[in-house]
Unconditional design. Sequence first.
Length: 264
Amino acid sequence: MLAAKVISRPDTLGAEVQKFSHTPLRRTAFLNSVPKCGTHLLRNIVRMFVPPQQHYDREFIQIPNLEQHKAALHPQRPMFSVGHLLFADISLMALKHANNVVLVRDPYDYVLARTRFNLSDQFDHPQQNHLKNGAVSVEQMMNLVIFGIPGRGPALREVFLFHAVAWMGTGVHVVRYEDIVANLNRLDSAEAESFFADLLARFGIDALPSDWRKRVRVGADRRHSATAREHLSSGQTIPESLPDTQRKLVDHMAPGLRELLGYA
């Protein structure tokens, strides 16, 4: 299978991170997310609390490139890295000594985000580019996301099964994208302080600095996200919520998934 490429905007957060002081990580930290579930949002928030020299920014780590990026997960040289590692024996070995946080999203909204991304000019997949520019309708692309494309793209069930569900109960911390957004919207509250203190502790950041809210706001600023929806271009309009038929198809394709993840 030919590899997909993401044509993203240059990173603009590095200069902001430099403005703050940081306590070095004592243990390797890995953000292991379901693709298109808010990876850049959480990645950028965590970066605000980690020394720049401990950011592993070369590439998102996945099984096909794991061997060449194993240095990012070395237990003797703690780094913060990001990727989409399927649940597999080699992933378990690579992350044995790491704080592993798994990021998920409501599968209904995942379909919308994946559809928007697949149809965008920023997603370059040699085996799927022919589907752009109106070749298929938005609803047809949604169904391709739900059911997959034989030999060229996994179905929703497999995406969540191997990126999230199989990791559950193995010592990882699972965080929902919607909970992050909800606490960003009430950032001045005690509830948000408790939420982010716990979340950052899962990465090995044991104490919130006094300026933690400022750091979170900077990291969560959508202007620093390479794949925020306003930075994607496709010429096709994606609805704000998943149509009823596609919701039923998600439930048919992956029965019990939303309940397992806490969405139903």
